[in-house]
Write a protein that binds this ligand. Structure first.
Ligand code: S3P
Length: 175
């Protein structure tokens, strides 16, 4: 493990970062935080409203500020937003302050999991599956660049995945 006792979950929309993060935090006795939730708390509005008013660029600025603050904390499991890795400064903050776990899932699976959500402005397009395929191609190498652990998050119960991650994280602590 790096100097700090933190776990950062990265991956595309629908990969299960929040669900897995919450359960993993409980098992490890760490505090769970979600960067999108933190942005919503600070601004008092939902993510789609920020995109509507400030565009994606405005959202990314807020995301970088919140991430810089959250990566200063210790003892957290942090679920990040899917686009956090686009910014090199964010990648450095994540890689330097905790163990980064990439929850990797294929675009079709991600589309199945997100198709009924209205909460993700980037997927409110005519062909969300094509958008997820583009995002996968662009971001998969960025997630891998900073990941200490890469796990498949394609189907299966989150419970099994969390148990596997708990073992992995604990064995790194012991090493
Ligand atoms: C985004 C992912 C979302 C949220 C915003 C932008 C992205 O978070 O941060 O809608 O660029 O992939 P989730 O990955 O938690 O859905």
């Amino acid at each position: 493990m790096p100097a700090k006792d933190n776990i950062y979950l990265v991956g595309l929309m629908g990969a299960g970062k929040t669900t897995v993060g919450r359960q993993l935090a409980k098992r490890l006795g760490l505090r769970f935080v979600d960067s999108d939730e933190e942005i919503e708390t600070r601004t008092g509005v939902r993510i789609p409203t920020i995109f509507e008013i400030e565009g994606e660029a405005g959202f990314r600025k807020r995301e970088a500020q919140v991430l810089a603050a959250l990566t200063q904390e210790d003892g957290v499991v942090l679920a990040t937003g899917g686009g956090v890795v686009l910014d090199p400064g964010n990648r450095a903050n994540l890689a330097g302050n905790g163990t980064v776990i990439y929850l990797c899932a294929q675009p079709l699976q991600l589309w199945e999991r997100t198709r009924h959500s209205r909460n993700r402005p980037l997927l409110q397009v005519a062909d969300p599956l094509a958008r997820l395929q583009e995002l996968f191609l662009q971001r998969d190498p960025l997630y891998r660049e900073i990941a200490d652990i890469v796990v498949e998050s394609d189907g299966g119960s989150s419970h099994q995945l969390v148990k596997k991650l708990e073992r992995e994280v604990r064995s790194r602590c012991a090493a």
